[in-house]
Design a protein around this ligand. Structure first.
Ligand SMILES: Cc1cc2nc3c(=O)[nH]c(=O)nc-3n(C[C@H](O)[C@H](O)[C@H](O)COP(=O)(O)O)c2cc1C
Length: 260
């Protein structure tokens, strides 16, 4: 295992792209994906440990907090976290900070992947997609340099009880919303949706995807479907789909990525 380990959750690739760019800046890292069953939980050998994740409904994506509870890290390791969001970071950073007190943390806004709620171009403050991607790449460099120099944030991230309540409600909304997934005749039964789902919530039945109830609404299935055959209510058929241009479905499905 590398001396740099990054635990990453990513639905549509923004966080994985950020983690990869930070890893390059650090001179290499192992990126462990926080999927239903993380492949690595013992990172006591790492000198620097990062957490990169999106804000989902004001908090951490479901399952990430449980993963944090399984991790073993060296008390002396430098710990940092980056939260990506399209408008506000919510309370996820403070939850990570409670599990592992953070030396350094950052928030970066990027495109919105929840396309049944907002178009993917919705960001606050407003920005073009190309501008958001370029800024995320610049921020990754800055964050990597800060981590290498052992920079410390002045204050811990703030907990926000309203966002915490929103986050609890979001888990219920996600499960209910999952009942609206539909698959059109465009489906070629390629299984991409099964591979990218971070919760192993999709199974092929007679070659076609079937969705269970353990859904976080990451929409990786819908956004990475090469046929655009998956929808979640009428609005997602009309809205342009989005996933990070630098992250393929294959990469997103890997349990661990070794970046040089
Ligand atoms: C289910 C879901 C919920 C989201 N909730 C929020 C939110 O509460 N606040 C926010 O600013 N952005 C929210 N977003 C936007 C994501 O944080 C943003 O698109 C992020 O870049 C996605 O990272 P990823 O591509 O690695 O999955 C949400 C996106 C999804 C899919």
């Amino acid at each position: 295992m590398s001396e740099n380990v990054i635990f990453c959750y990513s639905g549509t690739g923004n966080c994985l792209d950020m983690a990869k760019n930070i890893a390059r800046e650090l001179g290499g890292a192992d990126i462990v994906m926080m999927r239903a069953k993380p492949a690595v939980t013992d990172a006591r050998g790492a000198k620097r440990v990062g957490f990169v994740f999106p804000c989902y409904g004001g908090g951490l994506p479901g399952g990430v907090e449980e993963t944090l509870g399984c991790l073993q890290l060296a008390p002396s390791a430098y710990k940092y976290a980056v939260c990506l969001c399209s408008a506000y970071p919510g309370t996820g950073l403070s939850v990570v900070n409670r599990a592992f007190p953070l030396d350094y943390w950052q928030v970066v806004t990027h495109q919105c992947s929840c396309v049944w709620l907002f178009p993917h171009t919705m960001m606050l403050p407003p920005m073009t997609p190309a501008g958001a991607q370029a800024r995320a790449e610049r921020e990754a460099k800055r964050i990597g340099q800060a981590v290498l120099s052992g920079k410390r944030s002045e204050k811990p991230p703030k907990a926000n009880p309203l966002n915490a309540a929103e986050s609890r409600l979001w888990q219920t909304i996600s499960r209910k919303k999952a009942k609206q997934f539909a698959v059109s005749s465009l489906c070629v039964r390629c299984g991409t949706c099964v591979k990218v789902c971070p919760r192993e919530n999709i199974r092929l039945f007679e070659g076609k995807p079937r969705f269970g109830s353990d859904c976080l609404q990451c929409l990786a299935c819908l956004q990475y479907c090469p046929q655009e055959a998956i929808s979640l209510g009428a609005v997602t058929r009309r809205r342009e789909h989005y996933h990070n241009p630098n992250v393929s479905a294959d990469e997103l499905s890997r349990p661990v990525l070794h970046i040089e």
